[in-house]
Structure formats: C-alpha cells, structure tokens
Design a protein around this ligand. Sequence first.
Ligand SMILES: [Mg+2]
Length: 184
Amino acid sequence: MGSEANSGPESAPRASENVLAQARRVRMLILDVDGVLTDASLLYGRDGEELKAFHARDGSALKALAEAGVGIAIISGRTAAAVERRADELGVRHVHLGCADKAAALTELVTNTGIGAERMAHVGDDCPDLPLFARVGMAVAVADAHPLVRERANYVTALPGGRGAVREVCDLLLFAQGRWPRAR
Ligand SMILES: [Mg+2]
C-alpha cells in the first residue's frame, strides 16, 4: 500500500498518500448493505421478513461524516424494510434498494446530487460492486470481501463488514479532510 505517510497519534487512521489524496476529494460515500453494513448474514423472521444486524459504531461515524458535509448513499441489490429503517435512523437520504444493476443506480445518484462519480467513494464486498469500483474516485473493499474485490480496491479496511469496517472508512475520510479526531 506504499508509504504510511500520515503523522499524528498512533490511533490516527493510516493510509498511503495516494489513498489520503483520494479520500480528501470525497463528497459522497456510497455503501453496499450485505457484507458491508452487515456481516453478510441473511436472517429471516417468522413471517419471512429479513432481519439485519448493524454496527452501532458505524452509525455514529456516518452521522459525523454527514455533519462534515459528506453525503451518504446506500446502493443494495436486495430490498429489506430493516435497511429502510436503518437508513432513516441515520438520515441517509439517497437509498437505492433492489438494484439488479448497481451502475444504473450510481448514474441516478450522480444525476440527483450533481456530484461527479470521481468525487464519490464506494464500499463493497462482492462482485456486483465492481462496476461501481470502475467509476468512483475511491474504491474500498472490506477486509473479508471477495478476493477480486479486494484486488481492485484502492483501499482495503482492516475490519470486516458489519464489524466496524464502515466506521474505519468514515474515520479515514474525516482524517483526510482535517476533521479527525472528532469532538465526540
Ligand atoms: Mg454485498
């Protein structure tokens, strides 16, 4: 990953200068759900509804990132009421669910926000995320992503999906943009 260029306390996020330069330009963070905001488990309730386990520390970091002026979007291949509820809790306004073609959702997001894909980062774990990796300015794979996805990422998190990977990405973006550590 190149030189670990940033200084600061030991707890500060670490990344190469290239990755920090990419992170500095990000104005929109796009998240996959299964395997990124969750550990990829698909749990079904009594009536067949999908249940999801989200990570509380991901949520607090996403709120801080939004306060820093970075938009948050969700692009998922599946549809679940639990995701809509979590997005609502986190104030995520750009929610694209049931996307057979994630690239089409990205095009829609660019149109709706006026933010170019090169100023967006995407966090993914599996092959449907690769078309987004090819277009965004910063491609991030979670630690336990499919090997092809890790190979094509600009940055691979140390933590796995659903276990703080999103928190790690938020901290890195905040750090690169001079807003880390946060006051709370
Ligand atoms: Mg996924």
